[in-house]
Ligand binder design. Structure first.
Ligand SMILES: [Zn+2]
Length: 427
């Protein structure tokens, strides 16, 4: 057996880029769409086929596979000291209805490639390693998203989660049974020595900055609202301008304020109005009501609240000016998160040691790693995706960038195993 220290001393990437790419392409055949994407919704028969393939590959690589009561799959490669908590990695293999080949799947296949590479090198780690497939990360068929990791982290109860239903009325519990992935392993109470998740960036920054590796510092906090503005519907001809109560004119001021506020709280601020409906929606009727969604994100909780306060002020002033009333209802609240410094440093040091162009970055989207961070030290590795596009059938990434991300994952996991064994990284 080659000692881990020998691997960490070299600058070799070790991973097999072609094998990683081939695994991703084999997986992408299950649910492949005509436009080159993947449609593999959580807990469908296609998801079962993808899970079966993952299990088969992991068992062939010598891992022991266990499945928990919410369908999360754990492939464990033993360590020299079975008492140590595992160094975990993983992501998801469910997709959006018009999803791509890489979102989620890269993190899982990169984990498998780490195991295969260590087998090839004959390396035994101190801590056990685990590659995990988290159930229903996308939240497309069943809400909420990040379901499997959420139950694992104690954020959602198993009972409530199994009772969630899709649009056809099928529950998560029924769907798990139907595909044979309601496993016997208890969901709660598993120690997490460290958790790393490799993922495509899903944004344009790395490509724009010509960097291969994003060292993910944390994830933006998110607060979502539904806003309704009410004025008075009236005829577009006989109603003079100064006597109108036009809800859409008010909405225009709010859209502009959301955008301006986010621009004013850089870096790491986003503000989006993604949906807007004007009623009654007739060309010669002044809109009497507008319903819209507001999505605020920031890395700092205080700044996030300041952005919302600013927009609230604009909503009130706009309503007073145009004679409108309003209702602002919170619909989601995810706190901002900084990943563990030890894990972030391990990712950065690995990129540096491998000679890869890298930069610090934050995640604007939700990921399973955010819930895992509640249980132990966690970190993420981003690689570029073409034009920053994901949740789209044209989602693309290069074999070289994916292999580089996998090489960083391998090194970070080895470093974490050493750190756990020596007590330098503790949950
Ligand atoms: Zn994802």
């Amino acid at each position: 057996m080659t000692p881990v220290q020998d691997i960490l001393k070299t600058t070799d990437h070790h991973v097999d880029s072609r094998r990683l790419w081939q695994s991703l392409m084999d997986l992408a055949r299950l649910g492949a769409t005509a436009k080159g994407g993947v449609c593999r919704l959580a807990l469908t028969d296609l998801d079962r086929q993808a899970r079966d393939l993952f299990v088969q590959w992991c068992e062939a690589a010598g891992c022991t596979v266990s499945i928990d009561a919410v369908g999360n799959i754990f492939a464990r490669r033993p360590g020299r000291n079975p008492k140590l908590p595992p160094v975990m990695t993983g992501s998801h293999i469910d997709t959006q209805p018009t999803g791509g080949k890489f979102d989620g799947c890269f993190g899982v296949m990169a984990g498998l490639e780490v195991i295969r590479t260590l087998n090839d090198l004959g390396v035994e780690t101190e801590a056990p390693l685990e590659v995990v497939v988290w159930t229903n990360e996308e939240g497309s068929r069943f809400a909420p998203c990040m379901m499997g990791s959420g139950v694992f982290a104690g954020k959602f109860t198993l009972e409530d989660t199994l009772a969630k239903r899709d649009a056809q009325g099928v529950s998560v519990g029924e769907a798990l049974n139907a595909i044979g992935y309601a496993g016997p392993r208890a969901v709660l109470g598993h120690p997490v020595g460290a958790y790393f998740e490799a993922h495509i960036e899903q944004g344009p920054i790395l490509e724009d900055q010509a960097k291969t590796i994003g060292v993910v510092l944390g994830a933006l906090g998110q607060k979502w609202f539904d806003l309704t503005l009410r004025g008075v519907e009236a005829h577009a001809g006989p109603t003079p301008m100064h006597l109108r109560k036009d809800a859409l004119v008010g909405a225009a001021a709010v859209v502009e304020a959301v955008n301006r506020t986010a621009l004013g709280h850089q870096p790491h601020a986003c503000g989006t109005v993604g949906c807007l409906q004007a009623y009654p929606g007739s060309r010669n009727v002044i809109p009497g009501e507008v319903r819209m969604t507001l999505d605020f994100r920031h890395l700092e909780g205080e700044q996030l609240n300041a952005m919302i306060a600013e927009v609230r002020g604009v909503i009130e002033a706009t309503c007073a000016k145009h004679g409108l009333s309003h209702e602002l209802v919170p619909t989601a609240d995810f706190p901002a998160l900084y990943f563990d410094k030890g894990c972030v440093d391990a990712v950065r040091e690995s990129a540096k040691a491998l000679g890869l162009p890298h930069m610090d970055i934050v995640s604007g989207a939700g990921h399973d790693a955010i819930f895992l961070a509640e249980l132990g030290p966690a970190g993420m590795i981003f690689v570029p995706c073409e034009n920053g596009i994901s949740h789209n059938e044209i989602e693309n990434a290069t074999p070289d960038d994916l292999a580089a991300g996998c090489a960083v994952l391998l090194r970070a996991m080895l470093a974490a195993s050493e750190a756990i064994a020596s007590g330098r990284l503790a949950a």
